[in-house]
Design a protein around this ligand. Structure first.
Ligand code: EPZ
Length: 420
């Protein structure tokens, strides 16, 4: 297992280039089996989760090749319909195989998904939405078995207790594009990856309206064809490096980052005191002391992303004053708090909120990543801390950040990867 060794206290300066979005790319990769023609997806990040999705394609009989950041997918021989436990347990997004296989061949056998340990992550909305489209769902030996002689468009509300569901919206979209008649999704997720998936499906010949709003309408079609698409830049990766720049009071050009995808994060960083300007090649961000404490409340897009919660918390640990960070999307996503406190932070959990009292400095320590974004938060803490921080279990971080240590080292950080 690899770990990061960070000697903190180096100001980030220079450029960091953002990769394609993991969470936008994953649905496109599996949606490509909705046609029998070749699709080409560009700007695909070479990440563990993407490689897991490619393996699922291969197990289903699809030919998929990732060369550089271009993924060529030929689904003509896709004749299997089972996504096995060994692959699905590694990544929650593999549950997207359900909707895609139902749309392709009317049957699917998919293991219950795994993924980051960030509290309960039910899939009741996914199953309810697919059932509304006419699929029969059975659970057997840890597998979800879905079948439908015919999918028929339906009217459905996809809202759960914590808001709309990205994953359920993705699954329903992939089945509905091939269903007979019109599907109406109320309280659909509005996240950029939904707009991206709709764009890809439309390129394949699907008829979709209202993507990016809570009311989406899909008119099913009989056939889809292959498509060429380039994935949007990863707004969570961009936000992570922007926060790292502020945390080290640095000055960095985040190349390829798009401000329109991350306004809530930019507003919050400006409130903290960062200087941010968007240019044609990306977003320049810099910060100097003193910075101001802020309150942050995560919520579905366009709100502040849960996937940036741990990173902003790491930043606030050394900003004088009290910051309150409230998590409403994954209310138990606070595993990073005990690790930040081991580095000298003063954070107390009160229900769904973390109360962060700014301390003068963090001191480097051995810490452990327990989920993807929590691990990124620890990297940010280590970059700003005194002395050495050793972060173990960085396989979590590798699921969502391409060459993180190289990108940070290129901007002046003292960070190396070593194998344990
Ligand atoms: C996506 O997960 C992202 N993953 C997550 O990013 C992200 O944290 C999350 O959306 C919220 O933005 C991918 O895109 C692959 P949800 P997803 O269904 O689709 C509840 C990362 O770090 N819910 O929108 O699984 C659920 O418990 C990952 O890159 C139900 O109640 O999230 C949560 O509270 C981690 N029933 C809320 O909805 C359901 O059937 C939102 O979850 C489904 C979800």
């Amino acid at each position: 297992m690899d770990k990061f060794i960070i000697n903190g206290g180096k100001r980030l300066e220079g450029e960091i280039t953002i990769s394609g979005s993991k969470n936008a790319a994953l649905p496109l990769v599996i949606a490509s089996i909705l046609s029998d023609e070749i699709s080409v997806i560009k700007n695909v990040p070479n990440l563990a989760d993407i490689r897991s999705m490619i393996l699922i394609l291969e197990v289903l009989g699809t030919d998929a090749r990732l060369e550089g950041s271009t993924l060529n997918i030929d689904p003509i021989k896709c004749d299997k319909y089972e996504a096995p436990y060994d692959l699905v347990r590694k990544m929650r997004a593999s549950v997207y195989a359900l909707g895609a296989l139902l749309g392709r061949c009317g049957k699917a056998r998919v293991s219950f998904p795994g993924g980051c340990v960030i509290g309960p992550r039910p899939i009741d909305l996914h199953l309810m939405g697919l059932e509304k489209l006419g699929a029969k769902i059975e659970i057997e030996h840890g597998y979800i078995i879905a079948s439908a002689d015919k999918l028929v468009g339906a009217d459905m509300l996809l809202r759960g207790p914590n808001g709309p569901s990205v994953g359920a919206t993705v699954n329903v979209m992939m089945a509905a594009v091939k269903a007979e008649g019109v599907t109406t999704i109320r309280e659909a997720s509005c996240e950029p990856q939904i707009i991206e998936l709709a764009g890809f499906l439309k390129d394949m010949g699907a008829q979709i309206e209202g993507e990016g709003t809570p009311l989406m309408k899909i008119q099913g079609v009989k056939e889809l064809h292959g498509a060429n698409h380039s994935v949007i830049p990863d707004r969570i990766e961009a936000a992570t490096y922007m926060i790292a720049a502020v945390s080290t009071r640095g000055n960095v050009l985040i190349k390829k980052a798009k401000a329109s995808l991350m306004e809530s994060v930019i507003d919050k960083l400006r409130e903290i005191g960062a200087n941010i300007a968007e240019g044609s090649d990306g977003i320049r961000i810099s910060a100097e002391n003193p910075l101001k404490p802020v309150d942050v409340r995560t919520s579905p897009y366009p709100g502040f992303p849960t996937d940036v919660q741990s990173q902003i918390m790491a930043l606030m640990t050394t900003v004088e004053g009290i910051s309150v960070i409230t998590e409403t999307v994954h209310p138990e996503r606070f595993m990073h708090v005990s690790e930040l406190n081991r580095m000298g932070a003063d954070i107390k959990i009160e229900g769904q909120s973390a109360v962060v009292k700014g301390v003068d400095y963090l001191s480097g320590a051995p810490v452990m990543a327990s989920e993807l974004r929590g691990g990124a938060g620890l990297v940010i803490a280590g970059l700003g801390a005194d002395n050495q921080t050793v972060i173990s279990r960085i396989y979590h971080v590798d699921r969502g950040y391409e060459h993180m240590e190289q990108k940070l080292a290129g901007a002046g950080a003292d960070i190396v990867r070593v194998s344990e």
